[in-house]
Design a protein around this ligand. Sequence first.
Ligand code: B12
Length: 213
Amino acid sequence: MSEIIEQIKSIVVAGKHKEIEKIVKAGLDANIDPGAIINDGLIAAMDIVGKKFGSGEIYVPEMLVAAATMKKGLEIIKPLLTGDASQPKGTILMGTVKGDLHDIGKNLVIMMLEGAGFKVVDLGVDLSVDKVVEKVREIKPDLLGLSALLTTTMPEMQKVIVMIREQGLRDSVKIMVGGAPVDSRFAEKIGADGYGKDAADAVQLAKKLIGIN
Ligand code: B12
């Protein structure tokens, strides 16, 4: 694996936010595929950070600076991923459920969906069920994407789906779910239309659910 990718990884893990821009640009200048920078560099770094946090080697503050560094790196790549949305393929609402502040994965999914030509409305994080339902009613999206990174917030996804059904809106919108603790069995159990394991998968799933190629 490229030395630059290894450097990107260690800079994110160490939370050296002042150094990330230079090294990501160096990677792009060296013609490293932006997808590889994201997957093998930035995302791989967050996996390491998660493991270090899980084992008690680092704490929330370190996790926060690593996340901020990752986000800064993503921002540099974003213009390369976002395509022409003048003829959007469909409208997608995306958000992270109530009680959950993790948004890096959601933001990455949004970038890839926009790059694939969808119009995406980002509802943000810590979304109450009522807020999601209100926005579905107001914006009338083709697809709603929900993200959860905590096992404790996964049940919020089901609450959203139940409420959308109770409000008579279920037939008007497809629903996809994702996030590290979520899987296809859970998606099926809560009545979602699909589960995407990563941002690339989310794009394929969105196309399938909306019915375009
Ligand atoms: C960064 C991070 C944070 C940052 C978040 C910053 C931010 N703005 O997002 C901060 C420091 C704030 C944080 C806080 C906490 N965190 Co945290 N965090 C992480 C960490 C290290 C990385 C997450 C991440 O960004 N991954 C990279 C992205 C790209 O991956 P992703 O989110 O999984 O998204 C991809 C896919 O899942 C998918 N996807 C995601 N969403 C969607 C949606 C749809 C529709 C689709 C189709 C696909 C999809 O596509 C994405 C792109 O490929 C994880 C560990 C890990 N490896 O997951 C822990 C982790 C999720 N956190 C954890 C915990 C415990 C917490 C705290 C409770 C810690 C505390 N004691 O305060 C708080 C909770 C705060 C809250 N209320 O939300 C635990 C969760 C454990 C559990 N079983 O629930 C983890 C697993 C760490 C660990 N090993 O223990 N965290």
